[in-house]
Design a protein around this ligand. Structure first.
Ligand SMILES: NC(=O)c1ccc[n+]([C@@H]2O[C@H](COP(=O)([O-])OP(=O)(O)OC[C@H]3O[C@@H](n4cnc5c(N)ncnc54)[C@H](O)[C@@H]3O)[C@@H](O)[C@H]2O)c1
Length: 261
């Protein structure tokens, strides 16, 4: 029996990268996954792959910058699945690599809307169901950038820092309802998001990332998915308000990175 057998799980930003890996892992552990994204073509093709393997999966369009999309995503999962056990607030965008004083207000607002307000909205719509059931696990995708500094990423780090403190706050508030709320802080993971950063900043950044991680490499999406499966599972029944750093040691110690100076 899978570690998430019979659970109803909603994942945002599921068509690619970390969200894709989490969705695949949760489905193969027995969850009925409701995968959502703005890239409908990729999302639908992914869900078709899962169902072809006999796994329980649905695709729902959801732009996390649109309140009504998140409401519909949660409503669809509850209507089809009868309950909501897991919400993974994963979708985010990378706007950065620039000194904060050169960031426009439009860039700031877009980043906060997609990376932070989305977490508020996901929780807002999921919590009533989880409180009613007296069970549930919310997993918010934070980042190593919520813990340490890196030139050019102040706004992104601000959003992720807020995700970390909101996670702790909600864990305290909803623990009495048996709703667990945790976050994951990945180090640098090989995804499209980082391919985009390399394209914008150059190959030297990829070499620097490897040196920044004491373990000597960047991470794989499946390594974050494993942490998400644990936090979603009953094995984590006493785990709430925590941040699981899956970062190859990135945040454990300051590192001298010659390529960055
Ligand atoms: N990749 C990393 O190194 C890294 C490190 C730390 C934290 N994270 C976090 O992990 C999460 C996933 O990152 P990733 O690297 O897999 O990103 P990615 O860019 O590879 O994939 C993101 C997915 O989200 C979707 N998406 C983008 N905007 C959306 C929106 N408005 N609504 C719904 N879906 C949207 C994209 O279509 C894509 O499928 C993010 O929260 C990110 O901040 C990533």
């Amino acid at each position: 029996m899978g570690r998430l057998q019979g659970k109803i799980a909603v994942i945002t930003g599921a068509a690619d990268g970390i969200g894709h890996a989490i969705t695949a892992a949760m489905a193969s552990e027995g969850a009925h996954v409701f995968a959502s994204d703005i890239d409908d073509q990729k999302g639908q093709a992914f869900v078709a792959e899962l169902t072809a393997k006999g796994l329980a999966a649905d695709y729902v369009h959801c732009d996390v910058a649109v309140e009504d999309d998140i409401r519909k995503l949660v409503d669809t999962a509850v209507a089809k699945g009868g309950r909501l056990d897991v919400l993974v607030n994963n979708a985010a965008i990378a706007i950065g690599g620039m000194p904060i004083h050169t960031m426009t207000d439009a860039q700031w607002h877009r980043l906060i809307e997609v990376n932070l307000t989305s977490v508020f909205r996901g929780c807002k719509f999921a919590l009533p169901h989880m409180i009613h059931q007296r069970s549930g696990s919310i997993i918010n995708m934070a980042s190593a950038q919520g813990h340490i500094g890196l030139d050019g990423w102040t706004a992104y780090a601000g959003a992720k820092g807020a995700v970390l403190s909101m996670t702790r706050q909600m864990a305290v508030e909803f623990g009495p309802h048996n709703v667990r709320i945790n976050s994951i802080s990945p180090g640098t993971i090989a995804t499209t998001m980082n391919d985009q950063v390399i394209a914008e900043q150059g190959d030297h950044i990829a070499r620097a990332w490897v040196k920044m991680h004491p373990i000597g490499r960047i991470g794989k999406p499946a390594e974050i998915a494993e942490a998400a499966v644990y936090l979603a599972s009953d094995a984590a029944g006493f785990t709430t308000g925590t941040d699981l750093r899956v970062d190859g040691g990135l945040t454990a110690a300051p590192r001298f990175v010659p390529d960055l100076v």
